[in-house]
Design a protein around this ligand. Structure first.
Ligand code: NAD
Length: 353
C-alpha cells in the first residue's frame, strides 16, 4: 500500500541520533519533511549528528529508551506520528560478543515496544535490518529476500529475531510493516569503532591498522547516502509485508578497503616520516565466528522501485575520508572520551584463554 506521509504529522525516527538514522533525518528535514527523533543517546547516539537540522521547524528530539513502554507511549502521544522508521539498535558486532544481553534487550524487546506502538497508532512500521541475518556466503552467490536466515553472532541473532517479530506483527495483527535489509554502510558521522572510520582515524594518529585474520573477508560496501535514499523510497512506496534488500554492488575484502583508505590518505594526508600509511597494517587474531563473505542481489528494489546505488566505492570512500579530515572536532571528542580507539570482542570464544 502506498503511504501518504506528506501529511503534517511527523515521521518518528528511532535511533535518529546514530550514524544511518541521523543521515536519514538530515536528508528528510532538508526535504522539508517533519521529523521527530526518538533516541536514548547511548554511546553511539550524538546530538552533534543532528546539529545541521536542530533549529529547523520540521524537527523535534525526544530522549527516550525504546525499551521503556511508558516513555515511548508518552512520545507517541505527544508526536502523533504518521509512520515509524526504526533504526534504534545496538549495532556493533564486537560489542555484542562482549555483552550480548544489551543487544537482546534493545534489539528484540525494544523492537517489540515500537511494533506495539505502531500497531496501536495504526501506522506503517519501517524496520531497518542487516544482511548479517543471513549468515555467511562462500566465494559465489548473493543474499536476496528469499535467503534463509542463519545468523551467527549475538548481534545478527538479535537482529534476526527482530525481523521475525516484524513479520509476525504483520501476519498476526495486520501491522503495515516493511523491512529494509542492507549491507555494510560507511560514510560521514560513522562512530569510530567501525572498520572504515577506525582505519582512517588510526592512520591519522599514526597508530597500527589492525586487520582481523588474513583480511580476506569480503563485504558489500554501501555508501550511507545511497542507503537512506532507498529507505525513503521504501517508506513511501514499498509494499506492505515486503522486504527490500539493499547493497552497494561494491564487494571488497577488508584488506582492500584498508589499502584503499591508506592510499587515499597518502594523497590527502601523507605521513610526516614519508612512509606509506599501509606500512602500519598489522594482522591480528580473527573475530570469533567471523563471517567470510556477504553480497546482495538488489534486483527486487531495482525492478519494483527503480533504486540502485549512485556512488561507486571510490567516490564514497573519498567523500568519507574528506569528511573525517574536515571534521576533526567531531571525532576527537569521541577519541578523548576513550571510545572507538581499540578493537574489542575477541575474548568470549569458548575455550579461549
Ligand atoms: N551500520 C551498518 O553498516 C548497518 C548495516 C545494516 C543495517 N544496520 C542497522 O541500521 C540501524 C542503524 O545502524 P547505525 O550503524 O546507524 O547504528 P548506530 O550504533 O550508529 O546508532 C544507533 C542509534 O540507536 C540509539 N539507541 C540504541 N539503543 C537505544 C535504545 N534502547 N533506545 C533508543 N535509542 C537507542 C543510539 O543512541 C544511536 O543513536 C541498526 O538497526 C542497524 O542494525 C546498520
Amino acid at each position: 500500500m502506498a503511504q501518504d506521509v506528506n501529511a503534517k504529522a511527523p515521521i518518528l525516527v528511532t535511533g535518529g541520533a546514530g550514524f544511518i538514522g541521523s543521515a536519514f533525518v538530515r536528508r528528510l528535514v532538508a526535504g522539508k519533511r517533519a521529523i521527530a527523533v526518538l533516541d536514548a543517546l547511548t554511546y553511539a547516539g550524538r546530538m552533534e549528528n543532528l546539529a545541521p537540522v536542530a533549529g529547523a521547524d520540521e524537527f523535534s528530539f525526544h530522549r527516550c529508551d525504546i525499551c521503556d513502554i511508558q516513555a515511548v507511549a508518552a512520545v507517541m502521544g505527544a508526536v502523533q506520528p504518521s509512520i515509524i522508521v526504526h533504526f534504534a539498535a545496538e549495532s556493533h558486532v564486537d560489542r555484542s560478543i562482549e555483552n550480548p544481553r544489551q543487544f537482546l534487550e534493545t534489539n528484540i524487546l525494544g523492537t517489540q515496544v515500537m511494533l506495539d506502538a505502531a500497531l496501536q497508532a495504526g501506522i506503517r512500521f519501517v524496520h531497518i535490518s542487516t544482511d548479517e541475518v543471513f549468515g555467511s556466503l562462500g566465494d559465489e552467490g548473493a543474499f536476496s529476500e528469499t535467503t534463509a536466515y542463519n545468523p551467527r553472532s549475538p548481534y545478527s541473532a538479535s537482529k534476526a529475531a527482530s525481523d521475525h517479530l516484524v513479520r509476525a506483527w504483520g501476519k498476526t495483527y495486520g501491522l503495515d510493516a516493511v523491512i529494509v535489509t542492507s549491507t555494510n554502510n560507511y560514510g560521514p558521522y560513522q562512530f569510530p569503532e567501525k572498520l572504515v572510520p577506525h582505519m582512517i582515524l588510526s592512520a591519522l594518529s599514526g597508530r597500527v591498522l589492525p586487520v582481523y585474520g588474513t583480511g580476506n573477508n569480503v563485504r558489500d560496501w554501501l555508501y550511507v547516502e545511497d542507503h537512506i535514499e532507498a529507505i525513503e523510497l521504501v517508506m513511501d512506496r514499498g509494499q506492505s509485508g515486503q522486504t527490500y534488500c539493499i547493497g552497494g554492488e561494491a564487494e571488497h575484502s577488508n584488506l582492500d578497503v584498508v589499502k584503499k583508505i591508506t592510499k587515499t590518505l597518502d594523497k590527502f594526508a601523507p605521513r610526516e616520516d614519508g612512509k606509506a600509511h599501509e606500512s602500519e597494517i598489522e594482522y591480528t587474531v580473527d573475530r570469533p565466528g567471523h563471517d567470510f563473505r556477504y553480497a546482495m542481489d538488489i534486483s527486487h528494489i531495482r525492478s519494483e522501485l527503480g533504486w540502485s546505488p549512485r556512488h561507486t566505492f571510490e567516490q564514497g570512500i573519498t567523500n568519507t575520508i574528506r569528511w573525517y579530515l574536515e571534521n576533526k572536532p567531531w571525532w576527537q571528542e569521541i577519541l578523548d572520551a576513550g571510545e572507538g580507539a581499540s578493537r574489542i570482542g575477541l575474548m568470549k570464544k569458548a575455550g579461549a584463554k
